[in-house]
Ligand binder design. Structure first.
Ligand code: ADP
Length: 492
């Protein structure tokens, strides 16, 4: 084909018609109260805040703001419920958790649409990743509920009590599942707070929890911003805090509970290294780079936001990556063709834009594909930076957006040193045909999760968590049970 004809052919064949997911099957209330002791109750201060659709700034619903008295009510309900919940058999507990999993599956379509409306992520991701994984998490931990003595042989595991759980806005339902499922399986009761920009799927989950028939007070879901989170953290009758969010807030929480007997797990920020060797399957690796950084608009603590490409293939990889970026569709989260949805909040968009400016001012070479974005809403074009080095702020600091910093390397030792030169230690990826290289690197990279020839793959069976400023404690797998139990034997 002649060049011009070929270009026209590809342009024509890659034009997608709109394919929006329908919203007429979902039920969203105008106003949501606090879910305490098995019922939705009005907040004592009668204050509500709006949750909005980040793709068009339209209000979706108003949501209650919990104050000190509300938090106290939720903790009291959880404490009361703990007395009987911790005594019932693991088999009985498992049945309730299993029922919650089944109900999430039944309402999966509704959950997916609400997740995309409230948070801005593409419907393909909420439909195929977030919601099925959330259900799987409940299924998985339902299975552990009556097998705790096998998980911890000879150690007599017992629950901690009331756990306070605070989750972020990037995977709202999935993070609720990561937190609630292991806590219930081990016999604890819960006070959970979703993030203020994405409370709706957690509140839908509250409806399901009610429907499951689980005893009142075992799970309490209260809404509000950081202030409400801090009230949970500082409540004297809470036995454990599980937090996922920014490193700054994580540090604040760690200080706040120092000197108390509260237990703590923190899953914080990251700056994952994604390493491409010259012997990798290049086309697959390019797809992996896209998935590592542009999945969920880059709002992913384990995103592969630092790319290291072996020098001999750097030109090829970067050219292929740029070509691939030209085809990414940014736009309506509810359209099934969309690859990159809306940025979760105006505040986060400001942060990302600020980092793009910092990268440019520090001398980085910026590349953004030509793509159209809607006029209204929070949007960011996928972005990469070349000509950056270890000292650039966009290489060191977490951006939490679709912005990739690319560096090259020559030897294995060099890339290990560069990859580990980070305050974070959450994730990494390695692309090579050689198993020996994979094993060599996984031993030497300081990261809690390392993917080989893939990226951003999650499974309830597999533990997840970080080192250094990425936090401590593990979620998922058998490891994810441990932060919710204490041991009553001298094998401690
Ligand atoms: P980001 O900065 O990316 O928005 P945050 O760490 O602020 O992420 O938010 C994660 C969760 O922590 C949210 O549910 C938020 O309301 C909560 N949060 C924010 N500040 C505090 C705080 N001081 N104490 C407890 N929770 C907080």
């Amino acid at each position: 084909m002649q060049k011009k004809v070929k270009e026209d052919f590809f342009k024509a064949s890659w034009k997608y018609e709109e394919a929006p997911e329908s919203t007429n099957h979902i039920q969203i209330k105008k106003q949501y109260d606090l879910f305490i002791d098995g019922q939705f109750v009005k907040p004592v201060g009668n204050k509500y805040f709006d949750t909005i659709d980040p793709s068009n700034h339209r209000k979706i619903a108003s949501v209650a703001e919990a104050e000190s008295e509300d938090v106290d009510k939720a903790v009291k309900a959880a404490r009361k419920a703990f007395r009987s919940w911790s005594k019932i058999s693991g088999k009985e507990r498992g049945k309730y958790i299993y029922r919650i999993a089944r109900l999430i599956q039944e309402k999966a379509r509704e959950f997916s649409v609400i997740e995309s409306l409230d948070g801005g992520k593409p419907i393909r991701e909420s439909r195929d990743i977030d919601i099925p994984l959330a259900a799987n998490h409940f299924f998985y931990y339902a299975g552990w509920a009556d097998k705790l003595t096998y998980a911890f042989p000879n150690r007599n595991p017992t629950p901690l009590g009331v756990v306070g759980q605070i989750i972020p806005w990037n995977f709202p339902l999935l993070m609720a599942a990561w937190k609630i499922a292991p806590a219930l399986a081990t016999g604890n009761t819960v006070v959970l707070k979703p993030a203020e920009t994405t409370p709706l799927t957690a509140l839908k989950l509250a409806e399901i929890i009610h429907e499951s028939g689980i005893p009142n007070g075992v799970v309490n879901i209260i809404t509000g911003a950081g202030k409400t989170g801090a009230l949970i953290v500082n409540h004297p009758d809470i036995n454990k805090i599980a937090f996922t969010g920014s490193t700054n807030v994580g540090k604040y929480i760690q200080k706040a509970i120092a000197g108390t007997s509260k237990k703590l797990t923190l899953e914080l920020g990251g700056k994952g290294a994604n390493i491409i060797f010259e012997d990798a399957a290049i086309d697959q690796a390019v797809e992996g780079i896209v998935n590592a950084i542009f999945f969920n608009q880059g709002h992913v603590c384990c995103a592969g936001s630092r790319l290291f490409v072996q020098e001999s293939v750097a030109d090829l990889v970067i050219q292929k990556l740029k070509n691939r970026m030209e085809t990414l569709i940014v736009g309506n989260p509810l359209d099934k063709n969309t690859d990159i949805g809306a940025i979760n909040s105006k505040k986060q968009l400001e942060t990302i834009k600020n980092y793009i400016e910092i990268g440019t001012n520090e001398g980085g070479e910026i590349y953004q594909p030509k793509c159209s974005i809607p006029k209204k809403g929070n949007w960011c074009v996928p972005t990469l930076f070349l000509n950056v080095s270890q000292s650039h702020r966009i290489v060191q600091e977490e951006i939490f957006g679709p912005v990739l910093a690319i560096q090259t390397f020559r030897t294995i030792d060099e890339v290990i040193e560069k990859a580990n030169n980070s305050p974070y230690g959450l994730s990494a990826g390695v692309w090579t045909q050689k198993g020996s290289k994979i094993f060599n690197l996984t031993q030497k990279l300081n990261a809690g999760v390392i993917w080989a020839n893939t990226f951003n793959k999650f499974d309830p069976v597999s533990p997840f968590g970080g080192y250094k400023e990425s936090g401590f404690g593990r979620e998922g797998g058998l490891h994810g049970l441990k932060p919710y139990v204490k041991f009553e034997s001298y094998f401690n």
